[in-house]
Write a protein that binds this ligand. Structure first.
Ligand SMILES: C[S@@+](CC[C@H](N)C(=O)[O-])C[C@H]1O[C@@H](n2cnc3c(N)ncnc32)[C@H](O)[C@@H]1O
Length: 299
């Protein structure tokens, strides 16, 4: 198989990657036959996967516009993926020129392609790093150069935490990032979930197994488990809801249950919590996560 210029020598292109599988679901061109095969296998169990991914991307863009409306012009997007249509920097800088964006991903194709896309963009950059090592992200030259952590930042953890196993302490990583942020910062998060989805057990397990086979665990957490990532944040209305239902700009086109296989939410860091975190004080504020499941699929 010939190696295209966007595939660094360091990667084994005979092994599927979640970043390239996602690129395939979104109709991108940075994927190989092994990725497409894995994607098609998962779709045998969850035919609506591309719809879920599109709902996820659409939420992300709405949430970025929400952050801009709140006056936030700094974005830290961890697990940013392979650049495709409607990236965070395009939405943010299109609406507010000069907005600063730092992308972070541990996938070499995502990083290499992001570097190429951002080559002439002085206000955006990418870090090759792992969410499980938040200190390295925060100390990176790119974050230090572009983001002022004394002012509010929108932290995006969009479709990444379901790839981090509990044994790797995702809660700890999310808390460490929260404690580095200024009051008024936002956490923009989505997470895959089967909660409320009428799916037989064998089909639930089938899609998860595909990811296990490519050595990338896919953890389908419950809504309650996902809500815990917002500890210390005050939930922005409408709370933690199916992705398509977070402040939709148009009525959801169909009622396909697969488009609801995941939750989205935005949390705002209050002054008291940010101060406590920054001083490593004990006693985090409780998480308030109202649920508004308009489609009646709530579990
Ligand atoms: C499904 S894609 C999501 C891309 C983008 N955030 C979006 O929602 O459109 C997940 C991305 O997270 C990255 N990723 C997974 N685990 C990661 C980790 N521990 N640290 C950094 N990136 C990670 C993958 O490489 C992939 O690019």
């Amino acid at each position: 198989m010939e190696r295209p210029p966007w595939a660094p020598r360091s990667i084994d292109i005979s092994v599927p990657s979640v970043a390239r599988i996602y690129d395939y679901y979104l109709g991108g061109s940075h994927n190989f036959e092994v990725d497409r095969q894995a994607a098609r296998r998962a779709m045998e169990f969850l035919p609506g996967l591309p719809k879920i991914m599109q709902a996820n991307r659409a939420f992300m863009r709405r949430a970025v516009r929400f952050a801009l409306a709140e006056g936030i012009t700094q974005f830290l997007d961890i697990g940013s993926g392979i650049p495709t249509f409607g990236n965070v920097h395009e939405v943010a800088q299109g609406a507010s020129p000069g907005s600063r964006v730092v992308y972070v991903d541990h996938d070499p194709v995502a990083v290499t392609h992001s570097q190429a896309v951002l080559a002439r963009n002085e206000d955006a950059d990418v870090v090759a790093a792992d969410l499980r090592k938040p200190r390295e992200i925060l100390a990176s030259p790119q974050v230090q150069r572009l983001l002022d952590l004394n002012r509010p930042v929108a932290l995006l953890l969009v479709a990444i935490l379901h790839f981090v196993d509990d044994s790797d302490d995702p809660q700890g990583a999310v808390a460490e990032l929260r404690d580095a942020l200024a009051p008024g910062s936002l956490l923009i998060l989505t997470h895959a979930s089967y909660e409320g989805i009428p799916l037989p057990q064998e089909r639930r397990l089938g899609a998860v197994d595909v990811y296990h086979d490519i050595r990338n665990p896919l953890i389908m957490r419950t809504r309650e488990e996902i809500a815990r990532f917002f500890e210390g944040y005050d939930m922005v209305e409408p709370g933690l809801v199916p992705m398509a239902l977070w402040r939709p700009e148009t009525a959801p086109e169909d009622e396909d249950p697969y488009a609801f296989a995941g939750f989205a939410g935005v949390g705002r860091l209050g002054a008291a919590r940010a101060k406590a975190g920054r001083h490593h004080a004990a006693g985090a504020a409780g998480t308030q996560v109202p649920c508004t499941r308009r489609n009646g699929r709530g579990a």
